[in-house]
Every structure is written in structure tokens, then in C-alpha cells.
Ligand binder design. Structure first.
Ligand SMILES: *Cc1c(COP(=O)(O)O)cnc(C)c1O
Length: 404
């Protein structure tokens, strides 16, 4: 077993050996520019890119012409939201999203707010779900886009995309979803779910970092986007720049592998996730699950360990690579905005740990992790006067801390 045990698959995943193997020739022998139209080198590179485009399209029920390759889901989210905002601004200036989106969506929306767009941040329920009803009530004649994530990267909650898509279709509003965490983990079909724009990235599905895609619907309706990156007109003019051929080949292969292994792999990972949660609950009191109990990603477990500070907990179990709060905010000691928005109080939010299991997680690792978490929480609680007082039945809110 390799230490520390990697349980941070929401942040990134290693490249699958099968994916790496598929990529290798495209760094050296098959090195052509996919945009070179005049010779064999270019044609072979282009053929490889088109194969990858088909692989990516197939998993989400799209056609290959609807896939635009980008440098990351951060760029895909920017292109989707800014691209629609710029192209449809005559129609309206209102965009709807949720307060627990990834920063790549939230910061893009904040930037648009400064340019005069109006953004509605929908309320989410206690599990972090956006309901179709809430979306319906927020849509106005000025609304041009609804952007709601497929699955949350911190708490793993899966949104009712089909219902939200239906409302958007009825109202004639474009629907974008950041599906980075859901792709290859739970079935997504852009036709059945009424999705017009969808962001995904290779490195969260065992592909390489720095390559991603945006699905852009071509009919019913045909979505038009204003480009952010100009120069050369690659990717149907929506995203110029020489294509990252080896990366795209790896992305295609990673998606193909995900498509064929999703069901079986999901069941195995979920079993391990449930085992971890069961062991934690059996051995520890005052532990709380964050996110939806069933509508959640198979590899996600987000837990608040009351009376234990998340950062101290992580320091106490350096043999585990986990995350407290989201990867993007873990540099600061602000409680996670996701937990805050689903109604987890500040105290409990500071005690939360995200476990992310994935393809290479083993039962041995989970048993090791469970032991480590349980012993560390017990040790820290033994040192905690707050935990002791709570156990003695003292209502902590009634305590006069200053002694006056
Ligand atoms: C990781 C992540 C992103 C960013 O993807 P990059 O390819 O790393 O830019 C966007 N959204 C969600 C939900 C993510 O988990």
C-alpha cells in the first residue's frame, strides 16, 4: 500500500495506464498539427482528434460536431457562460445559477455582474440540491441562461438535471451544466436531459490535465457562442489555438474507458465508500454526513466530526491525502462556502473532511483510512474540553465563557 493513501479524487485523478499508452505515439512519431491540411502528418493528427471527439460525444449522447476542445473545465465554463452572455445580450441580461457552483462558474458570473448582467443565485436545499421548481420561479423574460452543476465537487450531491432541463426547454432558456464530477460516474445524456451546454475535463476521469471539452448543442436549438480566444478559427471558431493532440487522444480514451466501466466501477467504489462511512459511524458519535444520502456520487463522503477542527484532523492523519473544505478554499481558513450555503453552521463546517474515492482505491486502503480517522478523532476529542462538557450534558450555548 502506498502512503499517503490518496482519497482526493475530486481534486484530480492519475492517468490510467491504458490512457497513457494511447497517448504515447502522439508525442513523438505522430506529432502533426491537426490543422495542417496539406500532408499526411496533419491528416493523421486530425483523424486522431476526430476519433476522440466521437468518443467524448458518445458518452453524453451528443454528435461529434457538438464537442469543442478546450484547456480545462475552467475554460469550458468561461466559454459557455461568457459566450452566451455576449451572444445573447440583446435578448436579455439575466443569468441564473446556484451559490454552490465551482469557482470557475461563480467567478465568471461575478465578472459579468460587473459588466451589468444580473445574476440570480438560487437557494439550494439542505442537501445542496437545486429543484426544477426554484428554477422555474426564477426565470424572467430577460433570462438567457441557467447554469446548474450536475454533481457538486465537495458534497457529491447530484442535481435533478432532467427536470431542470425540462423547465428550461419550456421557457426557451439555455441550460448549461458543469458536469465535471458527474461524467463517467453517473449517466448523462444531453438529449434526454435537455442540456444545451456541458463542461467536462479529462483529469477527473483518469485522463491528462489541461485538456477538456465543452458540448455545444447544434439543433433544437442551435446554440451560438461568442469566442473568448481568437486566432485561426479552430474548433468552429469557438476556440482558436493549436489542438493538444496527445491530450485530446488521452481524453477520448479516458472517456471510452469510463463509458465501459462506469456501472461496475461505480458499484465497487460505492461499496467501499459505504464501508468507510459505516465504520466511522460505528466507532464515533456526533458525526454528520454532508450532502444527499442517496443522490450522491459513489466516491464521495463528506463528514463533519463535531468538536474536532478539520485542519487539526488532517494534520493528525498525514497518512491520508484528503481535503477539508474545497480544494480552492483550503488555502484559507474560511469555512467552505458550499457547506455554509446548505445550512451547515460555521462550527460544524470547520470540522468537515471530504473523502474522495476512485478507480485505484482498494479495500485495504479504506480499512486503513477508517482506522486512522477513528483513532485520530478519538485522540483529538480526548483533548477537547468542549467535547467533554458536551458529553457531561452541559449545554455549551449556556456557558458564560468570560466568567463575568
Ligand atoms: C475540477 C473542477 C473544475 C475545473 O476543471 P479544470 O479542468 O481543472 O479547470 C470545474 N468544475 C468542477 C465541478 C470541478 O470539480
Amino acid at each position: 500500500m502506498r502512503l499517503p493513501v490518496y482519497l482526493d479524487y475530486h481534486a484530480t485523478a492519475p492517468v490510467d495506464p491504458e490512457v497513457l499508452q494511447a497517448m504515447m505515439p502522439y508525442f513523438t512519431e505522430v506529432f502533426g498539427n491537426a490543422a495542417s491540411r496539406n500532408h499526411e502528418y496533419g491528416w493523421t493528427a486530425e483523424a486522431a482528434v476526430e476519433r476522440a471527439r466521437q468518443q467524448v460525444a458518445k458518452l453524453i449522447g451528443a454528435t461529434e460536431k457538438e464537442i469543442i476542445f478546450t484547456s480545462g473545465a475552467t475554460e469550458s465554463n468561461n466559454l459557455a457562460i461568457q459566450g452566451v452572455a455576449e451572444m445573447y445580450k440583446e435578448k436579455g441580461n439575466h443569468i441564473i445559477t446556484s451559490p454552490i457552483e465551482h469557482k470557475a462558474v461563480l467567478d465568471t458570473c461575478h465578472a459579468l455582474e460587473k459588466k451589468g448582467f444580473e445574476i440570480t443565485y438560487l437557494p439550494v436545499d439542505h442537501y445542496g440540491r437545486v429543484t426544477a421548481e426554484v428554477v422555474r420561479n426564477a426565470i424572467t423574460p430577460k433570462t438567457i441562461l441557467v447554469s446548474v452543476m450536475a454533481a457538486n465537487n465537495e458534497i457529491g450531491t447530484i442535481n435533478p438535471l432532467r427536470e431542470i432541463g425540462k423547465v428550461c426547454k419550456e421557457k426557451g432558456v439555455l441550460f448549461h451544466t458543469d458536469a465535471v464530477q458527474a461524467i463517467g460516474k453517473t449517466p448523462i445524456n444531453v438529449e434526454e436531459m435537455g442540456i444545451d451546454l456541458l463542461s467536462m475535463t479529462a483529469h477527473k476521469v483518469y485522463g491528462p490535465k489541461g485538456v477538456a471539452a465543452l458540448y455545444v448543442r447544434r439543433k433544437n436549438p442551435r446554440v451560438r457562442l461568442a469566442a473568448i480566444v481568437h486566432g485561426g478559427g479552430h474548433e468552429r471558431g469557438m476556440r482558436s489555438g493549436t489542438l493538444n493532440v496527445p491530450g485530446i487522444v488521452g481524453f477520448g480514451k479516458a472517456i471510452e474507458v469510463a463509458g465501459r466501466s462506469m456501472v461496475e466501477e461505480g458499484a465497487r467504489i460505492q461499496m467501499l465508500r459505504d464501508l468507510l462511512w459505516e465504520k466511522i459511524q460505528t466507532e464515533l458519535d456526533e458525526v454528520y454526513l454532508n450532502g444527499h444520502p442517496t443522490e450522491r456520487l459513489p466516491g464521495n463522503l463528506n463528514v463533519s466530526f463535531a468538536y474536532v477542527e478539520g485542519e487539526s484532523l488532517m494534520m493528525g492523519m498525514k497518512e491520508l491525502a484528503v481535503s477539508s473544505g474545497s480544494a480552492c478554499t483550503s488555502a484559507s481558513l474560511e469555512p467552505s462556502y458550499v457547506l455554509k450555503n446548505i445550512g451547515v453552521g460555521e462550527d460544524l463546517a470547520h470540522t468537515s473532511i471530504r473523502f474522495g474515492l476512485g478507480r485505484f482505491t482498494t479495500q485495504e486502503e479504506i480499512e486503513f483510512a477508517a482506522k486512522k480517522v477513528i483513532s485520530t478523532v478519538k485522540k483529538l476529542r480526548d483533548l477537547s474540553p468542549l467535547y467533554e462538557m458536551a458529553k457531561e450534558g452541559i449545554d455549551l450555548k449556556s456557558v458564560n465563557w468570560t466568567g463575568h
